[in-house]
Design a protein around this ligand. Structure first.
Ligand code: SAM
Length: 260
């Protein structure tokens, strides 16, 4: 019996319906290469192996490595790596990510596999993540309320809500509710700008979330808040706006006006 380790975010998925939802949403083709982060005891891996040409699974827990090696000893399309998923360099050929991830590294995983691989020209075609429901909602940015995380995701892809998942779908049960989302990754970023500079702009604009954009920008651009407000009005943007309310197109205008 392998006892779940809290420190590694181990909540093993046991609900067959949720597994089927994930597999259906992945729409895998027979020649697909799937990257699975944290295969655990293999609940999802079983199904991925039946659908895809290759499955590369990254697992940090040594006990699970021995378990999975035995379990899949006859499967030629299974490649298991004992590695921290945050230090893995993905294949340079087309791949899709499907994973019930450890929640404690959700943002670093998105940074590594979406933003950094995108900048390196090697992003996945799509990402399916089971994650904390609250974080999934934040990424979806419903009611046009963006966060730093949602903007970064929307810049490269289209997030889609797949399903909510109750605590009882797991063993042991997590403290939080979960959800599955799919991000179809675009070939081009939504704005044709220097992405590193744009990400800096996002970061400084969200530095003090409750403050107006003009205030946050005046702290770093060497301009008075009033001057910034005048320029925003000229761009057709509400001068009192907060960063969370800006659309991607408005970010494009602000980038042009203040960073070029
Ligand atoms: N996929 C399995 C399932 O659905 O039942 C397990 C999911 S569990 C939420 C997360 C898994 O990620 C665990 O197996 C854990 O050991 C593994 N893990 C945690 N941190 C990791 C890391 N940095 N790199 C790779 N795997 C990690």
């Amino acid at each position: 019996m392998i006892q779940a380790k809290k420190s590694l975010g181990q909540n093993f998925l046991e609900d067959e319906n949720t597994l089927l939802h994930i597999i259906e949403a992945a729409s895998l083709l027979p020649n697909d290469h799937v990257l699975e982060i944290g295969p655990g005891k293999g609940a999802l891996t079983d199904k991925l192996l039946d659908k895809a040409a290759q499955v590369t699974a990254l697992e940090l827990d040594e006990r699970l490595i021995s378990f999975l090696k035995k379990r899949y000893s006859g499967r030629k399309n299974f490649h298991l790596l004992h590695i921290d998923a945050l230090s893995y360099k993905p294949p340079s050929t087309t791949y899709k990510i499907v994973a019930n991830i450890p929640y404690y590294i959700t943002s670093p995983l998105l940074r590594h596999y979406l933003f950094e691989q995108f900048l390196d020209g090697n992003p996945p075609k799509s990402i399916i993540f089971m994650l904390q429901k609250e974080v999934a909602q934040k990424i979806m940015a419903k009611k046009a309320k963006h966060s730093l995380l949602s903007l970064q995701v929307h810049m490269f892809g289209e997030p889609k809500w797949i399903c909510s998942v109750e605590k009882r779908a797991f063993n042991p049960r997590p403290k939080v509710d979960s959800a599955v989302i799919k991000i179809n990754v675009n070939e081009k970023a939504k704005l044709d700008v220097d992405l590193k500079k744009l990400f800096w702009l996002f970061k400084v604009s969200f530095a003090q979330k409750r403050k107006k954009l003009s205030k946050n920008l005046s702290n770093v651009l060497n301009l008075q808040a009033n001057e910034i407000k005048e320029r925003l009005t000229k761009l057709g943007i509400n001068k009192d706006i907060r960063a969370e309310a800006l659309s991607i197109e408005e970010w494009g205008l602000i980038y042009e006006a203040f960073l070029t």
